[in-house]
Ligand binder design. Structure first.
Ligand SMILES: Cc1cc2nc3c(=O)[nH]c(=O)nc-3n(C[C@H](O)[C@H](O)[C@H](O)COP(=O)(O)O)c2cc1C
Length: 205
């Protein structure tokens, strides 16, 4: 387990994180993965719906098949674990009692559930899954920072065939897969950050 004192703060974690595509072969302790995922799960979501789901792939044979589904990207084969981040709004809506805060008065909770049923009923199942994908990208941001804070490296990926990934891992067809994330100890430095200056994307009015 990574000791508390070695954790990076959020600024350090953001500065230190780079996409890493070559990893040390050492397996990652499961307790570190669990703690990283717990912290990522603190991400906020609208109505607290938390539609994100994660399949942790460590089995070498399965990882080799996942690499094929990711167009052979080398980080999938190189990393000791690949986190398949998916999103399932259907499952979330079927279990609304899981995400309604237990401290909420019963009448308010019923109102909130009725609103959610109406909003997503009007939206339609496919648009609701897309909406959930947006929420899951918030989780992804937290996940990448948490991995970095714990001293590990990562590589987020959109370069994969989602139909093949879902079939391989038994993820329901209606679900979306916002990203794969390779995770482990870095065996390369990655590229220095190249980012817009603040003036390019921020306007104070
Ligand atoms: C959602 C998402 C999908 C990405 N997909 C890929 C990918 O399929 N393959 C890859 O090599 N890098 C992928 N990247 C990495 C980006 O190219 C990288 O984050 C960006 O160039 C900035 O570099 P940095 O992560 O080292 O700071 C992806 C990044 C994000 C956030």
């Amino acid at each position: 387990m990574v000791e508390q004192k070695t954790l990076l703060n959020v600024v350090e974690a953001a500065e230190r994180r780079r996409s890493i595509r070559d990893y040390q072969p050492r397996p990652m302790p499961e307790e570190d993965l669990r703690e990283i995922l717990r912290v990522a799960g603190l991400a906020p979501s609208a109505w607290n719906i938390q539609p994100w789901r994660v399949t942790v792939v460590r089995d070498p044979e399965l990882k080799a098949k996942l690499q094929q589904a990711a167009f052979g990207q080398k980080q999938v084969g190189s990393a000791p674990a690949v986190l398949v981040v998916w999103s399932d709004m259907k499952d979330a809506l079927e279990h609304m009692d899981e995400f309604v805060h237990p401290g909420m008065p019963a009448d308010r909770a019923e109102d909130m559930k009725a609103t959610i049923r109406r909003v997503f009923g009007d939206m339609g199942a496919e648009a609701a899954e897309q909406w959930a994908q947006g929420q899951t990208y918030i989780f992804l941001g937290y996940l990448l920072l948490a991995i970095s804070a714990f001293g590990y490296a990562s590589s987020p990926m959109l370069g994969f065939d989602p139909v093949a990934v879902k079939a391989l891992l038994g993820i329901p067809e209606h679900a979306t897969v916002p990203a794969l994330v390779a995770v482990g100890e870095a065996a390369e430095e990655g590229f220095p950050h190249h980012r817009h200056p603040l003036e390019r994307f921020v306007k104070f009015v």
